[in-house]
Design a protein around this ligand. Structure first.
Ligand SMILES: Nc1nc2c(ncn2[C@@H]2O[C@H](COP(=O)(O)OP(=O)(O)OP(=O)(O)O)[C@@H](O)[C@H]2O)c(=O)[nH]1
Length: 621
């Protein structure tokens, strides 16, 4: 029920209540008045009858009593006028007139009690008032009752009964009450109409405010409340309009900025305020994410953190992060939360021919939800499960695609992915410069630890890595074989064919060395044409075999240089850690001494270090 109806209802109820009370009080008052006034009339008439009868008795004309009473009934409205005698009068004066009427029940009661009785009754639609008044013996007056009646003072001598119609009086009373009711009802109707008119703007403003609040709760602050006269309601309407405009303007400005940052426009059917709050939250989360990854040490940690955000925040559990390596290759860094996992969602071709990856090739996001089947490299159902779709985002670093994020979702979940994609872009945008900085740092660090010409690790790398190497060997209680290798008569190559030919020989040798050892072994370019190899978990016999194998491979290696095919030999010194020395670098010195012996002994050979070789060399180191 609205305010207007409530007020109308309230006023109507009050008016009805007042009317009911008014009618009740009026009717009661009129009834009391009618009875009182009729009683007074009957009493007066009874007194007139008594005086007349007394006079008739004194004059001896009492036999005309009935005529007198009949004449009396001609008075308008009077329907009964009769007299009854009390038994004590009959005792004194006999039975009285032959027409004497017997007393009815009321008269008997009045004669017995001496108290008047009045009564209202309805007869055939007429309202009659009856009064029975006793004649009581009194000593007052001249002559008085006791002069003739032989009775004590106060005795009841008789009673007169009169009955008159008060229909006219009643009708007039009802007319008066009806008039009163009509006036009050009219006044109430006018009052209700006036109050409704006064409060209508309040109700309409309240309705407008309610509509505006409902829309505001849905993120829409564009409502305006109709202008009203300059009273309190008008003031509320104006203030509310100003507040709504202020909120709408503020939300509009915030949304515009947030849309610029996220690239996501709230949908028409969306709660704009909640959508904007969501976007601001995402921006704040992305900023926190950026702060966290800036302090991460490696790119692997960054990918891992991003993977967790994909799963925990966006509910995406199947995804791949590829890193574009040098040349045409791509490497999976994180697949479905697994570091360096296999290429699960794409044709493995992309790993060796990165151009096969559409996002890598184009540098643009690849949206298979908007354009199903857009990328031929995508393998949507590798395990025959529910068909899947994908959305790939390239990360541009230093002007080219450095990494590719691939999000994979079941077909049934594509709409949700579309909704979160802009937020994921925000994260990717925050991540890109940090990844680039990390890549530069890693490249710089890698180049300082690597020999640019041969691609082998350098002496500095060995110096940094040696502690880890020793700790690992000690923990596993294994030996390391250390070989120092030096090309024989290498100077001649430079001198005869030039420095470039010398470089070619060194590169070819590096290749042979790399191929001759296990991936876990280390090949280091130790000096100019000097190389150091560390074999992990080695025995003396095993190491000697590897060294001999290298010597033979080098001897058989034919190297094409400008205008000639060269064949070179190599000398190798071998020492064992910790068998030959408890310290790694001392073992390297022993390998160097053995190498010296190999050169001394005619070159192109492997010499295993022996303790007596150190004698005479100690001072040289
Ligand atoms: N082309 C080229 N030559 C290098 C490089 N580093 C060192 N050399 C040369 O390698 C040669 C080493 O010569 P030596 O130490 O005299 O030894 P060798 O001629 O190999 O003779 P032995 O070791 O005694 O068998 C020098 O001529 C250096 O200039 C390099 O990076 N490229």
């Amino acid at each position: 029920m609205n305010l207007n109806s409530k007020v109308t209802f309230l006023f109507a109820a009050i008016a009805l209540g007042i009317l009911a009370m008014l009618v009740a009080i009026s009717l009661y008052a009129f009834r009391s008045f009618s009875i009182t006034s009729s009683s007074a009339h009957v009493r007066t008439a009874a007194e007139v009858v008594r005086v007349h009868l007394t006079e008739a008795m004194i004059q001896g004309t009492i036999q005309h009593r009935e005529q007198f009473l009949a004449r009396l009934m001609e008075v308008q409205g009077l329907s009964v006028a009769r007299v009854v005698r009390s038994p004590i009068v009959d005792q004194q004066f006999g039975a009285g007139l032959v027409r004497e009427l017997p007393a009815d029940e009321i008269e008997k009661a009045v004669l017995a009690s001496g108290e008047p009785r009045y009564e209202l009754r309805e007869v055939n639609g007429d309202t009659l008032f009856r009064g029975t008044i006793p004649f009581v013996a009194s000593t007052e007056g001249t002559p008085n009752c006791l002069q003739c009646h032989n009775v004590p003072e106060g005795a009841v001598l008789g009673a007169v009964t009169m009955e008159m119609s008060i229909a006219d009086l009643k009708e007039r009373a009802l007319m008066t009450v009806a008039g009163l009711v009509a006036m009050v009802a009219l006044f109430a109707l006018l009052a209700i109409a006036l109050v409704r008119r006064i409060i209508r703007p309040v109700g309409e403003a309240a309705r407008d405010v309610e509509v505006a609040v409902q829309r505001a709760l849905k993120g829409d602050f564009k409502s305006q409340i109709a202008a009203y006269p300059q009273d309190e309601i008008g003031q509320i309407a104006n203030d509310t309009n100003r507040l709504l405009s202020y909120l709408d303007g503020g939300l509009e400005r915030i949304t515009q900025r947030v849309v610029q940052l996220t690239g996501r426009n709230p949908r028409q059917d969306e709660n704009k305020l909640e959508a904007t709050i969501d976007m601001v939250n995402s921006l704040a989360d992305a900023a926190a994410f950026k702060q966290a990854i800036e302090e991460d040490e490696t790119k692997g940690e960054i990918y891992d953190r991003f993977g967790r955000i994909l799963t925990e925040r966006f509910g995406i559990t199947t995804y791949s992060i590829y890193e574009a390596a040098d040349g045409k290759q791509m490497a999976p860094m994180l697949v479905d939360g697994e570091a360096g996992g296999a290429c699960r969602w794409c044709d493995p071709q992309i790993l060796v021919r990165s151009e096969t990856c559409r996002a890598k090739r184009s540098g643009h996001p690849v949206d298979a939800i908007a354009q199903p089947g857009i990328c031929y490299a995508f393998r949507g159902t590798p395990d025959g499960g529910e068909p899947r779709s994908h959305y790939c985002v390239p990360i541009i670093q230093s002007g080219s695609v450095g990494s590719v994020i691939q999000l994979v979702v079941p077909e049934s979940d594509t709409r949700r992915l579309q909704e979160v994609a802009p937020f994921i872009h925000v994260y990717v945008r925050e991540m890109a410069p940090v990844l680039e900085a990390k890549r530069l740092t890693e490249t710089l660090r890698d180049s300082s630890l690597r020999d640019a010409m041969t691609g082998l690790n350098n002496r500095r790398f060995l110096e940094e890595y040696v502690d880890t190497l020793i700790a690992s060997a000690r923990r596993r209680q294994v030996s390391l074989a250390i070989m120092l290798l030096d090309l024989d008569y290498f100077k001649v190559v430079n001198d005869t064919y030039g420095h470039d030919a010398g470089d070619t020989v060194l590169k070819a040798l590096s290749g042979v060395l790399k191929q001759s050892v296990r991936a876990s072994d280390m090949v280091i370019r130790f000096g100019g044409e000097e190389f150091l190899i560390v074999l992990q978990e080695a025995t003396v016999e095993g190491a000697e075999k590897v060294a001999e194998n290298i010597r033979r491979s080098v001897e058989q290696l034919k190297i094409q240089v400008a205008g000639a095919v060269l064949q070179k030999t190599i000398s190798i010194g071998l020492a064992m850690f910790p068998e030959d020395s408890e310290t790694f670098w001392q073992t390297v010195k022993f390998a160097d001494v053995a190498l010296y012996r190999a050169k001394e002994a005619g070159r192109n050979r492997v010499v295993r270090f022996e303790a007596q070789m150190w004698e005479g060399h100690a001072e040289a180191y």
